[in-house]
Design a protein around this ligand. Structure first.
Ligand code: C2E
Ligand code: MG
Ligand code: MG
Ligand code: MG
Length: 285
């Protein structure tokens, strides 16, 4: 709807809407060739185990450097890829690239987590694509996690069977953005799932607010009562990181520990082993 404003402002509003639409259409058109033009790459964000004091997994995150728009977020272009069969092709490339990169790291048991989109999961070739990526890279299946969101696990026997088959081979399944689909909590029991990743939104304001802290604790306890490890994602500040450590929480991922790293940086072995010094130090009174 248009804002009630002077004619000049209406113009600016229309311009903004048009610009947004033009950008989306340009991105949609360009995405198809982005892979062949070498504009896509993966970055890798560490998941740190505070008990073992080391990075145990890295999450592969897709990046697109567009010749005109610069770095475009996957939050913007993955949904465009999902509109067509393109997501299957991208997903296959991501699996292959992620497994190859991590398999090539010398002397490590690091696992890699790959995000899977709904259309890819329902497309029917996920199992074959996963096996092809493991085969080509030589990565042992136990070092691969697939990240799926809650809604993707609902009411689909074919999907559950395919995931069950992948788990039989040693591949692990993580529920991404966990807690954002509370309406369907009962779905978790008995599902083929190995890990939960608590959504970033549960951390918002957690250092200052008792109620938010209680909610965060409840989500973590839920995972524990289901016998599933929980990764807290989006740990942005040192205060949040220390709070989670004080709560006895084990697996953290976020800017406070490490930003996503380029493949070369990962190969150089610069991943974190624990909390940053600022978060480890006792908080000032
Ligand atoms: P996600 O799987 O939940 O990934 C976590 C997102 O949170 C990443 O955003 C990561 O960069 C960001 N993040 C990590 N730590 C922090 C923090 O401390 N603070 C803040 N503010 N953000 C943090 P990114 O890389 O932009 O990816 C966005 C989403 O795009 C992902 O959310 C995932 O759903 C999707 N995505 C990324 N790569 C792929 C892919 O290869 N395939 C598919 N299907 N989806 C992907
Ligand atoms: Mg993810
Ligand atoms: Mg996530
Ligand atoms: Mg998330």
């Amino acid at each position: 709807a248009r804002r009630a404003a002077g004619p000049g402002q209406v113009h600016r509003y229309d311009d903004a809407v048009r610009q947004q639409r033009d950008r989306r259409e340009a991105l949609r058109a360009d995405l198809a060739g982005a892979l062949d033009r070498g504009e896509l790459r993966l970055v890798f964000q560490p998941v740190v185990d505070l008990v073992l004091q080391r990075t145990v997994t890295v999450e592969a995150l897709l990046r697109w450097r567009h010749p005109v728009y610069g770095e475009v977020s996957p939050a913007e272009f993955v949904p465009l890829a999902e509109e067509s069969a393109l997501i299957t092709e991208l997903g296959r490339w991501v699996l292959h690239e992620a497994c190859t990169t991590v398999a090539a790291l010398p002397g490590t048991e690091l696992a890699v987590a790959v995000n899977v989109s709904a259309r890819q999961l329902h497309g029917g070739s996920l199992g074959a694509d996963v096996l092809a990526a493991l085969d080509a890279s030589g990565l042992p299946s136990r070092r691969l996690f697939l990240e799926l969101t809650e809604s993707m696990l609902l009411d689909d026997d074919a999907v559950i069977e395919e995931l069950e088959a992948l788990r039989q081979l040693g591949i692990r399944i993580a529920v991404d953005d966990f807690g954002t689909g509370w309406s369907s909590l009962a779905y978790l029991v008995g599902l083929p799932v190995d890990t939960l990743k608590m959504d970033r939104q549960f951390l918002a304001g957690v250092e200052h607010d008792q109620q938010r802290q209680a909610l965060c604790r409840a989500v973590l306890h839920l995972g524990a009562s289901l016998g599933l490890p929980v990764v807290v994602e989006g740990v942005e500040g040192d205060a949040e990181a220390s709070l989670l450590r004080d709560m006895g929480h084990r697996y953290l991922q976020g800017f406070a520990l490490s930003r996503p790293m380029e493949a070369a940086q990962l190969a150089a072995g610069g991943w974190p082993t624990g909390l940053p010094t600022a978060a480890v130090a006792p908080s000032p009174r």
